[in-house]
Write a protein that binds this ligand. Structure first.
Ligand code: PSV
Ligand code: MN
Length: 424
């Protein structure tokens, strides 16, 4: 299904008056609102190809119907999101969940929808039906050299697929680790992993980046071989200047200070990108900003400050991606909410009075520093984000338009009620 431009136009015309009223208030309140709008226009968040269907847990999966059956339909879905918000201009593929049969045709289809290919993701956390050796006891860390070799070759194959699509980064997430004390020699597991990563790194084209994602636990529950940002940092330091740490917001132990991790990785020049989601307990993969919006804002506050300190381009110098799962919501609606949540935090962080904050910090004025941040967080910037969408050709209220156009009902009519998308 495609949303015709005139429908977006009509929807915007209907909402314009109220929008202009709200916009004129907020632009009178925020000094740099024009610059914020432009930055939000430029900011794109990649959509993972595995998040377009119903997620489910190990206890069950309750499909909402109309899920994309093929990679082509997944691209159509991301195209739909992008036409609504003009902020989801990239798709990230997980191999082998989504292997393009004809890369040229897939690339052309994506371009028709205004989409690029973001990072390609390898998968050595599951066994595939045609696979010779099992990853039950790990992949790049495995005590068996042949298994490590198989996993290395898979990653190199993923890089090749990515080159065909015009992707420029590889994200490696390893489920490697152990479930019980004594199962693993930590030092040897680290060394095997490093050597394996070095072989993968050697296959990276010059203009590519390797993102090494860490995760505290699950599916291994005693140790994870890339378990936290320190471990990821230690690997990427050794690999070289094309290797970076990737922060998935759900991959920390409870109450970790993620904004501080982000600030320090940025300072070290080793922050590569993000997987956005939210959580209350563990790797819950909930909608970005749904549970801890203040944390998301504080992360963006560090990002803006740190990227500006290093003269970085906010839109292009880091990889921005959602990694969420949708168990009880329509995946497309959930993704629209995540993008909106991320954009709001970004806009709020851009509105922070940096000079005043620095002054408060230098004077140890704790109260003033807190006031400055909370003032930005408590400002309703939705009209600024909506204005950015309007200027880019998107909808003032994507969710409302999605519902009024009965997108899900149309997708069910086209694809059926019992379709199942590949992914987790
Ligand atoms: C692992 O939990 C993870 O965050 C990695 O990014 C995987 O690629 C993705 O989720 C799979 O759903
Ligand atoms: Mn992730």
């Amino acid at each position: 299904m495609q949303l015709e431009k005139y429908k977006i136009q009509q929807h915007n015309d209907d909402l314009l008056k109220g929008h202009e009223r709200r916009l004129s208030y907020i632009t009178s309140e925020i000094e740099n609102s024009e610059a914020i709008i432009q930055k939000v226009v430029d900011f794109q968040i990649a959509i993972p190809s595995w998040a377009l269907g119903t997620g489910g847990t190990r206890f069950g999966r309750f499909s909402g119907g109309g899920e994309p059956r093929t990679l082509e339909e997944k691209i159509e879905d991301v195209g739909l999101l992008h036409s609504l918000n003009q902020s989801s201009g990239a798709i990230s593929l997980h191999i082998p969940w989504d292997i393009p049969q004809d890369a040229k045709a897939i690339k052309a289809l994506a371009a028709q929808h205004g989409l690029k290919f973001d990072a390609v993701n390898s998968n050595t956390f599951q066994d595939q039906p045609d696979q010779a050796l099992t990853y039950k006891f790990g992949s790049l860390q495995n005590v068996n050299k042949a298994i490590r070799k198989q996993a290395i070759e898979h990653n190199i194959e993923v890089i090749k697929q990515g080159i065909e699509l015009g992707s420029e980064s590889l994200t490696v997430w390893l489920s490697d680790g152990s479930c019980f004390p004594g199962q693993l020699n930590f030092r040897k597991a680290y060394q095997n992993t490093l050597e394996s990563l070095q072989e993968i790194y050697a296959a990276l084209p010059d203009n590519w980046k390797l993102f090494l994602e860490y995760k505290a636990f699950e599916p291994n529950f005693y140790s994870t071989t890339v378990g936290d940002w320190g471990q990821s940092y230690s690997y990427v330091q050794k690999l070289g200047n094309k290797a970076y740490t990737l922060v998935d917001l759900g991959h920390h132990l409870p109450n970790a200070n993620i904004e501080q991790i982000v600030a320090l990785l940025l300072m070290e020049g080793k922050l590569g990108g993000f997987h956005f989601n939210d959580s209350k307990y563990g790797d819950d993969d909930l909608t970005a900003g749904a549970i801890k919006p203040y944390q998301l804002f504080l992360i963006f506050n560090e990002l803006v400050e740190g990227m500006d300190a290093r003269g970085m381009n906010h839109a292009t110098d880091l990889g921005w991606m959602i990694d969420a799962s949708h168990n009880v919501k329509d995946p497309l609606e959930d993704l629209l909410q995540s993008v909106e949540g991320i954009m709001m935090s970004y806009a709020q962080a851009l509105s922070v009075d940096r000079k005043a904050l620095e002054e408060a910090q230098n004077n140890n004025d704790v109260v003033r520093a807190q006031e400055i941040l909370q003032n930005a967080f408590r400002t309703d910037v939705r009209a600024l984000v909506a204005e950015a969408r309007l200027r880019a050709g998107g909808a003032l209220n994507p969710l409302e338009l999605y519902r009024s156009q009965k997108v899900r009902e149309n997708l069910i009519a086209e694809r059926g009620l019992k379709t199942v998308a590949t992914g987790l």
